[in-house]
Design a protein around this ligand. Structure first.
Ligand SMILES: [Zn+2]
Length: 309
């Protein structure tokens, strides 16, 4: 497929030395892309700065104001995990605009898929609250943006090692967005049991596959090769959004799963295979992943698999 790659140096400005969610993550990713000669094979997409109206598709306007105001005032913390500095609003609005910009490129027919190397990540961000290194929920806003454009069935796959509480809550009663997540459980943030299936109109369009610490490739192969494939084929989505967190890898310092390179490649191959089979676009958006070597290697592999190489 023709692949877009979203990146901007301004994503590096949101940074705190010593914090696991830091600028070195993206530097490792772009270094890996360059070493493998991938920048000449993708369409480089520069993100735009999302305005409050776009961000408000999934967030409380007062909370958006709070992020702008806090960020203007300098450095601090939204919660014990989630820092901000004077560039946080800029980077976070570029992360939202990166995903929305890639969607625009896809809808204009310029590319068929995209990898958005954005930060800060998004899937823990709630409607009115920053959480777990996340400021705005980039993927949830992407899904809302697609609904606004008239899409009726959007499928979100979240393979980050942590449950995407913010994304699940955003669409818990929304049948037009399916949320599928595999994650370590019990673990941060505490949500994501198999019993959480959605509510009201949205009952059945949330699917959690909790994984105990130590889970390796075999269970993941089943979750993606069998469960995801049948969920996607049953739902017949028009668009695939992926919360791509590489902290499920066995070498990640923050988590306890034991998924190998091969395991991650299988997940990405399965997702891209579904997109191809159903002739629908697929957009990956970076979430977690805190081992720099893993990010460097596996984001490049993800892009190569998207490209079909
Ligand atoms: Zn994570």
């Amino acid at each position: 497929m023709k692949v877009g790659f979203v990146y901007d140096d301004r994503y590096l400005l949101h940074h705190r030395e010593g914090h696991p969610e830091n600028k070195y993550r993206l530097e490792a990713i772009t270094e890996g892309m360059a070493e493998r000669g991938l920048f000449s094979k993708v369409e480089l997409i520069k993100p735009f700065e999302a305005d409050a109206e776009l961000i408000a598709l999934n967030h409380d306007p007062q909370y958006i104001e709070e992020v702008i105001y806090s960020s203007r005032s300098g450095e601090g913390w939204f919660d014990p995990d989630t820092y901000y500095n004077e560039y946080t609003f800029l980077a976070a609005s570029l992360a939202v605009g990166g995903v929305a910009g890639a969607i625009n490129e896809i809808l204009d027919g310029n590319i068929e898929g995209a990898f958005c190397a954005v930060r800060p990540p998004g899937h823990h961000a709630e409607y009115a609250k920053a959480m777990g290194f996340c400021i705005f929920n980039n993927v949830a806003i992407g899904a809302r943006y697609l609904l606004q454009k008239g899409f009726e069935r959007v499928f979100i796959v979240d393979f980050d090692a942590h449950h995407g509480n913010g994304t699940q809550h955003a669409f818990y009663e929304e049948p037009r967005v399916f949320y599928f997540s595999t994650h370590q459980y019990p673990f941060y943030p505490g949500t994501g049991s198999a019993e959480e299936r959605g509510a009201k109109e949205g009952y059945g369009t949330t699917l959690n596959i909790p994984m105990p610490a130590g889970t390796g490739d075999e269970l993941y192969r089943h979750a993606y090769g069998e469960v995801l494939v049948s969920a996607v084929k049953g739902y017949k989505p028009q668009f695939l959004l992926v919360s791509a967190g590489y902290d499920l890898h066995t070498d990640d310092p923050l988590t306890g799963l034991e998924v190998s390179d091969k395991g991650v490649e299988f997940i990405v191959e399965t997702i891209c295979g579904l997109a191809k089979e159903l002739s629908i676009p697929v957009l990956f958006s970076l979430e977690g992943g805190y081992n720099l070597d893993v990010l460097k290697r596996l984001v490049s592999r993800t892009v190569e698999i998207m490209l079909g190489t």
